[in-house]
Design a protein. Structure first.
Length: 277
């Protein structure tokens, strides 16, 4: 989850419709178990299905949301989950939280650890608290052989260092990638995936766009990170899984590929990383 500007106001004008592929697509990171979707979650998920977002992964950002997430993935066949503690919440990480995460990850549809990582931009938790929580969650991912969903903001060196301690034993994805080409070599050494959000569509996101053109095709994913970071064409609206097509279309354009080929590739990648059926 990377916070950004978002409007919760109802829009009266007709939304532009993103290009789509009949192959459908996977939103690899969406927070629909979130206060911004209260009372509208089912309609939001129905809209996503109607436009071909056939699968989505909802990572928990704190243990308080895990029970609601477990209920959702039981009820919605196309929704999968992940459990972890966001770096903003690292100050609350404790043995009790660790046990709750471990218990949740026993569910067959909980496919990853996270979202977790380091955020030195906001520093809502101290660096020491973040490093401790992240290191322990990496260890959980290794022990359970599940991928880790990494949040990294202004903390590249420390993030690479911690993941490097488990290199060859941990797999995962840098979600909502906000780096540039200069970070791809280190990510490749870790054999991690890179997931692009609506930020990819922003006019000033040239560094991210350059990286998107270069990332190996078998290591790229797309996501919304909703309810934040709506793509450029719907910027100012609350983000939702249906909008992931805008990011996929931009990724295809940057790579000189068709939307069909891009959708097929990111779907295959998500299935491989998260071991989806």
């Amino acid at each position: 989850m990377h916070e950004g500007t978002m409007s919760t106001a109802k829009k009266t004008k007709e939304r532009p419709v993103a290009p789509q592929s009949p192959l459908g697509i996977i939103d690899s990171h969406a927070h629909v178990v979130n206060e911004y979707f209260q009372g509208e979650r089912e309609q939001t998920l129905d809209r996503a299905l109607a436009c071909g977002v056939h699968t989505l992964i909802n990572p928990a950002v704190a243990v308080e949301g895990i029970d609601e997430l477990l209920e959702l993935i039981e009820r919605r066949p196309n929704v999968y989950g992940a459990a972890g503690q966001h770096p903003h919440e690292a100050k609350h990480w404790c043995d009790d939280h660790k046990e709750k995460v471990l218990a949740a990850l026993k569910h067959k549809k909980m496919v990853a650890v996270g979202e977790c990582g380091l955020d030195f931009y906001y520093n809502n938790s101290s660096r020491e608290e973040q490093l401790k929580a992240f290191r322990e969650q990496i260890a959980i991912a290794v022990a359970l052989d599940k991928p880790v969903i990494v949040h990294c903001r202004d903390a590249w060196e420390d993030t690479f260092a911690l993941l490097g301690e488990a290199q060859g034993k941990v797999r995962g994805v840098f979600h909502c990638f906000t780096g540039g080409p200069e970070h791809l070599e280190a990510i490749a050494k870790l054999d991690f995936y890179v997931s692009f959000s609506g930020i990819l569509t922003y006019n000033k996101a040239t560094n991210i766009q350059e990286a998107a053109a270069l990332v190996p095709q078998d290591r790229m994913l797309v996501e919304t990170d909703c309810p934040f970071l709506s793509p450029q064409k719907v910027r100012g609206e609350r983000n939702e899984p249906a909008f992931v097509w805008w990011t996929a279309d931009k990724l295809a354009t940057l790579r000189g590929s068709s939307l069909d080929d891009t959708a097929a590739q990111v779907n295959a990648n998500a299935k491989a990383l998260f071991r989806l059926p």
